[in-house]
Ligand binder design. Structure first.
Ligand code: BGC
Length: 772
């Protein structure tokens, strides 16, 4: 370079111009510089003990009055004696979760958190950071607005509605005095056996990435300004490769090649990190034999050096301890702490036993086994987050400043999301929509339960306390009766769940009476599925829907009356043993407090269904292949020549979902037939509503790389858009594809575009192009 000064001046001018053009950006940079200075100044005053305390997080039950650390007396009250040990002696910097696994009112939250802030700030006035799982709405706040769980949100394919839901959740979480949300889950959910499928956005990396970005912006604001009292810090989880355990059970070993990790599991996390997410939580499980909490390669090389993540890394519940007690890679707690902190953990969600974590970490630093610089790095990130959240100025937000908490406006958004999530899977002879004058039997274990509409993470971890809080909302039966009057709608359970904590136990509950009553009605609305669960208690031995529910469905079908099957479940339980005898099938997932109302509107045609499956709905337990499988998993079958019964054959495929109107696709056009890898390709298609009522359609674009150095997937989703069309109306939809869409991860773990032939599929249309 001839004149470096010229370059510098030029660069400076550009920078200045940039700031003039983007005053907000300049302001944000100034703000961050100020925070960096404040953090460094604070850090320089802190003792080792104070620093280690910042890295510790305990659960609320620990600091309340109660018989032990694991529970609290009601009404919940902070215990000054215990808090003295936790905050003054051990200098703990973060609290999480609720007490007694039960939701609290916004007033109670205010009392609890302001009490903590008063007590917990220590000699340097450092506020405590409170974190919570506000998963589909503010889980642990009574009166908060509950949306469909993530899996249903994904079925809606409506990014605006999903983002709005995240904004409302951020608002209501701050109304509860809490600034940090352990959400969203960006794990893929490719295995229907896993108990946390409903916490995901389904099996596809692109769909998960697009929704993840929208949700991070919903929680943190478009500019990620989390100092706003209406935004919260998001926490991406569970980094990385959770939910693909070989056994299909929670927190058991996964074996994932680096290639697959990068090609499928990484994109959603990368997209959300690029969208500015402030924190991330680590996968509780192990990959290729190594617990992720002890994996330097993943926590530091991949997350920090490669993805450039600058925010805070928190463990999952008790996962440092688990390195010793469960996974046995550490011979004692101290070694576990050393491994995790050296691998790159900033904060330990200890939950209960804070003493050993703090004592061991202090000793490790003194012995030189954990470097002081590693501690400073972690604490810098924690203090930075506290400053960014404006906690030093305002350690607790007050519910009185949140007049829209639980408002009609918010409830409408939740209702609308529930409507758009509902997925119509079968509608033989247009049995749906039902006439409002039809005589109906509403039945099944999910027909009259707010608990099953909401699922886990609803007022309590496993969802077992829903009925204590949700009586003002409508079950499916209540919503149907509200819509068409109680005279024509009878409810008899037929099958019920046992409510004693055994989540999957069921019993016949007036089954004969229900079958007799079925003979006198025009149609049967049969609500089957699962009771609530999450995490390990939701592990499953049999993916078929239970024997009792299957038997009941068959008996009802045998009455000869049309049966409309309503599925209310967190994962696709197999229904192939009786599916052919059902005349209509509606998937509701876990639609939340407005799920009953939304379903009733769809059943009677006040709303037109538009949800699309975010996973393959399997037909058999040994055929759990995803839509983006390899060609050898779906050969063309020569009928009658061999037995290909086990070929790719889902009950319903990813992206499937019917409407009460019909759509026709035409004019699929590409901007070029041959391009270079760096070129952009524009794809357009016309969509027409050919039916006689207004409807919403999701236009999905799939790309197939026809030949590649690693066997390509048959197709991959690379674009989607949800549109609304009046009867007879047409729209031209346009997608832009670039290098990111054309690329995949090769055998050397490099993201590459390989020249060759590609094919685009939109609905029944296909078009080919070539990359030179
Ligand atoms: C779950 C996390 C959750 C954490 C805190 C863990 O058991 O795996 O998803 O954020 O608890 O409640």
């Amino acid at each position: 370079m001839k004149n470096p000064y010229h370059f510098l001046t030029y660069g400076f001018t550009l920078l200045l111009l940039g700031f003039i053009q983007h005053p907000c950006k300049a302001q944000a940079v100034n703000q961050q510089t100020k925070i960096n200075q404040q953090v460094q100044s604070l850090l320089s005053k802190m003792t080792l003990e104070e620093k280690v305390g910042q890295m510790a997080q305990v659960t609320l039950d620990v600091i309340t009055k109660g018989k032990d650390r694991f529970s609290s007396f009601e009404p919940v009250e902070l215990d000054p004696k215990i808090m003295d040990d936790v905050f003054n002696k051990y200098k703990v910097g973060s609290i999480l979760n609720t007490a007694n696994n039960r939701a609290r009112t916004p007033e109670q939250w205010y009392t609890i958190i302001s009490g903590i802030q008063k007590f917990g700030k220590g000699r340097l006035n450092i506020p405590v950071i409170y974190g919570i799982d506000a998963i589909h709405g503010t889980t642990y706040t009574a009166g908060a607005t509950f949306f469909p769980q993530q899996i249903g949100q994904a079925a809606s394919r409506n990014l605006n509605l999903i983002k709005k839901g995240a904004e409302i959740t951020a608002y209501e979480t701050r109304a509860s005095g809490i600034p940090w949300n352990f959400s969203p889950v960006l794990d893929l959910g490719p295995d229907p056996r896993f108990p946390r499928i409903w916490e995901t956005y389904g099996e596809d990396p692109f769909l998960t990435s697009e929704i993840g970005k929208a949700v991070v912006k919903g929680y943190e604001g478009d500019k990620n300004d989390i100092s706003s009292p209406f935004h919260v810090a998001s926490c991406l989880k569970h980094f990385i490769g959770y939910q693909v355990a070989v056994s299909g059970k929670d927190r058991t070993p996964a074996y994932i090649s680096d290639q697959a990790l990068r090609d499928y599991h990484l994109p959603p996390f990368k997209a959300a990190i690029d969208a500015g997410a402030h924190t991330i939580m680590i996968n509780s499980g192990l990959i290729n034999g190594v617990p992720v909490h002890a994996n330097y390669e993943i926590l530091t090389n991949l997350l920090r050096k490669e993805l450039g993540f600058k925010g805070l890394v928190v463990t999952d519940w008790g996962d440092i301890e688990n390195l010793h007690t469960r996974d046995r890679v550490a011979k004692n707690n101290k070694e576990a702490v050393m491994m995790a902190i050296n691998a790159g953990i900033d904060m330990s969600m200890i939950a209960y036993q804070y003493e050993p974590f703090c004592d061991d970490l202090i000793a490790l630093v003194k012995e030189g086994k954990v470097k002081q610089s590693r501690i400073d790095e972690a604490v810098t990130r924690i203090l930075t987050l506290k400053y960014q959240l404006n906690l030093f100025e305002k350690p607790v937000t007050n519910y009185k400043d949140y007049p829209k908490f639980g408002s009609k406006e918010f409830e409408n958004a939740a209702y609308q999301t529930a409507v758009e999530s509902i997925t119509l899977l079968k509608n033989n002879d247009n049995i749906l929509p039902l006439k409002k004058t039809a005589k109906l039997l509403v039945t099944g274990p999910n027909a009259n339960s707010m608990r099953t509409l909401n699922g886990g993470w609803s007022y309590s971890w496993q969802g077992e306390k829903v009925e204590d809080f949700a009586s003002k909302y409508n079950t499916i039966t209540e919503a149907i009766q509200n819509k068409v009057g109680a005279e024509n709608v009878s409810f008899i359970p037929g099958v019920s769940y046992k409510m004693d904590g055994k989540y999957f136990e069921e019993y016949a509950d007036k089954m004969d009476e229900a079958i007799a009553a079925a003979k006198d009605v025009d149609a049967i609305v049969l609500c089957l599925g699962e009771n609530t669960y999450t995490e390990t208690p939701g592990n499953l031995s049999d993916l078929y829907l239970s024997d009792l529910q299957t038997e009941y469905a068959k008996k009802l079908a045998a009455t000869g009356k049309p049966v409309i099957l309503v599925l209310n479940e967190g994962r696709p339980r197999i229904i192939s043993k009786f599916e052919p005898s059902m005349q209509g099938i509606i998937m509701t997932y876990l639609p939340g407090n407005f799920g009953g109302d939304a379903l009733a509107s769809v059943l009677f045609g006040d709303e037109n269904p538009s949800g699309k499956l975010p996973f393959n709905y399997p037909k058999f337990p040994n055929s759990l292949v995803n839509y983006n499988h390899k060609p050898s998993e779906s050969r063309s079958v020569v009928e009658g020549v061999y037995n290909y019964d086990a070929d790719y054959n889902p009950q319903y495929e990813f992206g499937f979902g019917l409407s009460y109107t019909s759509f026709a696709y035409s004019n699929l056009k590409l901007s070029a037939n041959s391009i270079l890898a760096n070129d952009e390709l524009t794809v357009t298609v016309d969509v027409k509503n050919t039916g006689n009522r207004e409807g919403k359609e999701v236009v999905d674009l799939y790309l197939s790389d026809l030949y590649a150095s690693i066997t390509p997937d048959v197709k991959r989703l690379k674009g989607f858009e949800k549109i609304s069309l009046k009867s007879g109306e047409s729209k031209t939809i346009s997608f832009k594809l670039n290098k990111t869409a054309f690329s995949f991860v090769n055998a050397d773990n490099k993201t590459v575009v390989e020249p060759g032939d590609f094919e685009i599929t939109i609905a029944n249309l296909k078009a080919k192009f070539n990359i030179k």
